[in-house]
Ligand binder design. Structure first.
Ligand code: AMP
Length: 414
């Protein structure tokens, strides 16, 4: 930290195919969040918008944006107007959220070698990695000579042992085609276990936890001594829980059967499993708020979808308690559902005393809308924690750590 300028800033970027999210952090000397927002509809020069908030203000501006470079330039113009006129000089590193990092196990400087690897990974994450690389190219053009750091959704799960990450298929598919379980949401799970450890007054290396990131995309991770030892997502984010629009686990014969009997192509089946399945496929809605309301109004499919969601989460909590030999310090809830729905948390933890999980109803109801807290009953063996995830802060922190490490090495060598 001492090797970076105190007035410096870290810019975090998260590029999608038609969007670029950003958040600025100041070194004060800890990381302090400043203005953040996004440009959406990149490529649609009539309808693209910049939406941002920070420092007590909110902005929405129509901006004609033809590509990611134009989006990056627009963001810098906006930040130099709203945050600091010398922003170009103040940004000391850019942290990029990259979905698939193959076997990269921690944040990395995005040099030619790493970039080449990410292009290889694009075949495994065709929807996610190409936009991340476009965002990187745009940032490299705007910030020449500024370190660019990649923070990968897969990195935290690289500590999984082979028994957890291998699929039971011919071994050559692993060696020749890199087919294995990678896991996703790693930046969030890492943040959750670090925050949970500090809430328990422990170091992450002493903490065993089951972290539940439950949002439109959902995953659960088993964490042993601060490291991921298993997680519900696999080669892609399709495996595991029943999600908003993704199927989660199923007999692999199901898509094969549907493809052969209905004449569906691989691309069509992929769209069905990723975009038309999960809660949406079962009951016509992917937002659990609507599903809870519809169940209350007597909708049986909504009741079924809700039951399936909760049951799959409970099943994995049980599986991961076994993976951790029953030694679990904390069960952590996060993301849109985990942070906001006391109803779903209550259903997941219902009648789980024999598993060591018991929550306090009043604390559960009170800990919503971005609140952090311990909702366990006094007799609960596992502490049950609600932790609002903050992936941008985690990306900024990992970027800062990486750049500080590199600068210290250079200073020592000099
Ligand atoms: P995320 O992907 O983390 O942004 O989470 C988005 C999802 O959180 C939405 O699709 C909803 O299903 C869910 N969600 C947000 N607020 C609530 C709530 N109060 N009750 C139930 N689900 C919620």
């Amino acid at each position: 930290m001492g090797v970076l300028q105190q007035a410096g800033k870290i810019l975090v970027l998260n590029a999608g195919s038609s969007s670029l999210k950003f958040k600025l952090f100041s070194l004060a000397p800890g990381l302090v969040a400043g203005v953040g927002g996004m440009i959406d509809r990149i490529g649609d020069t009539v309808n693209s918008n910049l939406v941002a908030k920070g420092n007590g203000n909110k902005w929405t501006e129509k901006v004609p944006i033809k590509d990611h470079v134009a989006a990056m330039e627009c963001i810098m113009g906006f930040l130099s107007d709203k945050e600091s006129s010398s922003i170009h000089k103040e940004v000391q590193a850019v942290g990029h959220r990259i979905v698939h990092g193959l076997d990269i196990h921690q944040a990395a400087l995005l040099d030619d070698n790493v970039i080449q690897k990410l292009h290889q990974a694009a075949t495994l994450a065709p929807l996610h990695n190409p936009p991340g690389l476009q965002g990187l190219a745009a940032a490299m053009k705007v910030f020449q000579g500024v370190p660019q750091v990649g923070v990968f959704d897969t990195a935290f799960h690289q500590s999984m042992p082979p028994k957890a990450f291998m699929y039971g298929i011919p071994y050559d598919y692993y060696t020749q085609h890199k087919i294995r379980r990678y896991g996703f949401h790693g930046t969030s799970h890492k943040y959750l276990v670090e925050t949970a450890a500090s809430m328990l007054g422990k170091r992450p290396q002493q903490t065993n936890a089951i972290t539940c990131h439950l949002g439109n995309g959902s995953s659960i991770t088993a964490v042993k001594n601060g490291l991921s030892v298993d997680t519900t997502m696999g080669l892609t984010p399709l495996e595991g829980l029943v999600m908003g629009t993704r199927s989660g686990d199923m007999d692999p014969a199901v898509p094969l059967h549907l493809m052969s009997t209905l004449g569906l192509s691989a691309k069509e089946m992929d769209t069905i499993l990723n975009k038309k399945s999960g809660l949406l496929g079962v009951c016509g809605h992917n937002d659990l708020r609507a599903i809870i309301d519809n169940k209350a109004a007597g909708d049986e499919r909504a009741a079924l979808a809700l039951d399936m969601f909760v049951y799959r989460v409970r099943k994995y909590i049980g599986a991961y308690a076994a993976a951790l030999s029953g030694r679990v310090d904390a069960l952590v809830f996060s993301a849109g559902i985990g942070e906001n729905s006391s109803i779903i948390r209550g259903l997941i933890c219902e009648d789980m005393q024999a598993m060591g999980v018991s929550i306090n109803d009043a604390k559960n109801k009170a800990t919503v809308g971005g609140a952090q807290g311990d909702i366990s009953a006094p007799d609960s063996r596992m502490r049950v924690l609600v932790v609002p995830t903050d992936e941008e802060l985690s990306i900024a922190q990992q970027t800062l750590d990486m750049v500080s490490k590199v600068k210290s090495k250079v200073a020592v060598a000099a």
